[in-house]
Design a protein around this ligand. Structure first.
Ligand code: NAD
Length: 523
């Protein structure tokens, strides 16, 4: 595929669109659905919609491709990921254009996705050969039994992904699945299909067999359900509500499932925090991708001693944020992604204000910039019973709270059904790590908002409580796509008494052996 320049920044080259949508698993006469650009509200492409029968056929093709792919050496499969790493960085301008046009995000948020996919490709390619190789394991007795742990691919992984980080969430979970020898049937959110298709096209250019990654399009309850019904493992990213539904279906079929779900993420600013640094941390942690980020902070707990200074400086900083539909790096914050998002975010702010909260900065839509822009907003006086306190807003709306003692902040940070991401700001990093261990969140960043954990692919990423099941990144991000097989080779006599020995004597010898070997292991 060549880089196709866009003549108008708000449109995609039709040749590129045609090439991408041709890869959707759908019949030639499939009905089409428009993808709309949030910056303008105008359609930019019409994508074919798949049927459950198309999904079934996609599984047939994926299964056939998987058999051949799984026979290739791991290093060869990892090589495709290494080439993809370079391609994604080389084509970053095109990727960022497509991501911005479909999702309405600022270019800096689009770049974050590009960087993350490169990191995911590099990490997966480097750990896969070690994690997937057959390992020797101790048998019941040394020299007598020799154990091996063998990793097999699951088969075909069903991936269902959302619209908010359409490039990284489409690709980062697929790469370890491929490295482990699987095929993928993937349903991205319809609003951001082109981005997923572009990721697939780049992977094919990097050497991935065409049929190994099937993309299907359509409504979640129909096409998403068909994906879950055919999968050997399901990797889902989206809302907790849909996640519960998918987990139930996977449970019924007894297939594995990993779920990356919603969050209500706290940021704790302790009295000894560097105020300038934590204000910048709050801007990134609260308003990256206009707050439409699963790991972004919506609850800001600030120590009493620095509350006035911190909030005053944060309000000033938020006022200076540049909003707009810029296709370059000049805007700090982009648009919300859809009319539904605008309705929801507006409702959260109006509900809070009606129930007594105060708007410190922002608070309303910006139709002068585009149909779905909303101002970065700070609220104080938010209390339980308000939507902004109890539910995930998934927008640029943050509640600021004051605390006096550390225990109070820990209790508040844990008082949510979710447990995805937290951040702690302090000059005393040991205290930060101590405090982190008391938080019921799968990721805790000390003196960083979310990128420190998210970008460190050696670390696992995922949620506790209602924020998910399983982990991406780390070793788990790859091993979840494998089936473990145990092989034991018995080298001498079997584990039963020889014909001439009474079972009582065998039991006595075995008891002696178990006691002795236990003592040996205790040292
Ligand atoms: P959503 O659950 O509505 O949709 C996500 C995907 O699931 C879409 O592709 C959708 O079409 C599909 N889907 C919907 N209903 C389905 C069904 N019944 N069966 C199968 N598939 C179905 O979520 P959303 O509103 O699009 O995304 C935002 C949510 O995702 C937020 O809650 C956010 O926190 C969460 N999220 C989590 C992470 C994470 O890593 N933990 C990352 C990004 C987003």
């Amino acid at each position: 595929m060549t880089d196709l320049a866009t003549e108008r920044p708000d449109l995609l080259d039709p040749r590129l669109v045609d090439r991408l949508v041709n890869a959707v698993a759908a019949g030639p006469d499939a009905p089409r659905q428009h993808v709309v650009a949030p910056f303008t509200g105008e359609p930019i492409a019409a994508v074919p919609v798949s049927t459950p029968a198309d999904v079934e056929q996609a599984y047939v093709l994926a299964r056939a491709a998987q058999r051949e792919w799984a026979r290739r050496p791991v290093r060869e499969r990892a090589g495709v990921l290494r080439r993809l790493h370079d391609l994604v960085l080389d084509r970053q301008s095109l990727v960022a254009d497509v991501v911005q046009l479909e999702s309405g995000k600022a270019r800096r948020d689009a770049f974050e996705e590009i960087g993350d996919v490169a990191l995911a490709a590099r990490h997966t390619a480097s750990v896969a050969p070690r994690l997937l190789r057959t390992r020797r394991r101790a048998g019941i007795a040394p020299l007598v039994t020799r154990g091996y742990e063998v990793r097999h691919p699951k088969g075909v992984v069903g991936i269902v992904s959302p619209w908010n980080y359409p490039f990284t969430l489409a690709i980062s979970d697929a790469l370890p699945a491929f490295a482990a020898g699987n095929a993928v049937v993937h349903k991205p959110d319809t609003q951001t299909v082109l981005t997923a298709l572009l990721g697939r096209a780049l992977a094919v250019e990097a050497g991935l067999p065409e049929q190994l990654w099937q993309v299907v399009v359509g409504p979640g309850p129909v096409v998403g359900t068909a994906v879950v019904e055919g999968a050997d493992h399901v990797a889902f990213t989206g809302s907790t509500r849909t996640g519960r539904h998918i987990a139930a279906e996977a449970g019924r079929r007894l297939v594995g499932v990993s779920l990356e779900l919603g969050g209500k993420n706290p940021m704790l600013v302790l009295a000894d925090a560097d105020v300038s640094r934590s204000v910048e941390g709050a801007v990134l942690g609260c308003f990256a991708n206009a707050g439409q980020l699963c790991v972004s902070s919506e609850s800001l707990y600030v120590a009493d001693e620095i509350y006035e200074e911190f909030v005053g400086r944060l309000v000033e900083r938020v006022r200076r944020l540049r909003l707009g539909p810029a296709m370059d790096y000049s805007a700090d914050v982009g648009s919300l992604s859809s009319a539904e998002q605008l309705t929801k975010v507006t409702a959260h702010v109006e509900d809070a204000v009606a129930k007594g909260a105060t708007v410190l900065v922002g608070g309303g839509p910006r139709p002068d910039l585009g149909p779905w822009f909303f101002e970065p907003t700070l609220l104080s006086g938010v209390r339980p019973g308000m939507l902004a306190a109890d539910d995930e807003t998934f927008g640029p709306v943050v509640a600021v709270y004051r605390f006096t003692v550390e225990d109070e902040a820990v209790a508040a940070a844990n008082a949510t059904p979710y447990g995805l991401n937290a951040s702690i700001w302090t000059r005393d990093t040991r205290r930060g790590v101590r405090l982190a261990k008391r938080l019921h969140h799968g990721a805790v960043n000390v003196n960083e908002s979310y990128r420190a954990v998210w970008g460190s692919h050696e670390l696992h990423l995922g949620g506790m409580k209602a924020s998910g099941l399983g982990r991406r990144h780390g070793s788990e991000g790859l091993l979840r796509y494998t089936e473990v097989q145990s092989v034991a080779v018995q080298r001498v006599h079997g584990i039963h008494p020889p014909p001439w020995m009474a079972y009582e004597d065998f039991a006595r010898y075995m008891t002696r052996y178990l006691r002795a070997s236990h003592r040996g292991r205790r040292g």
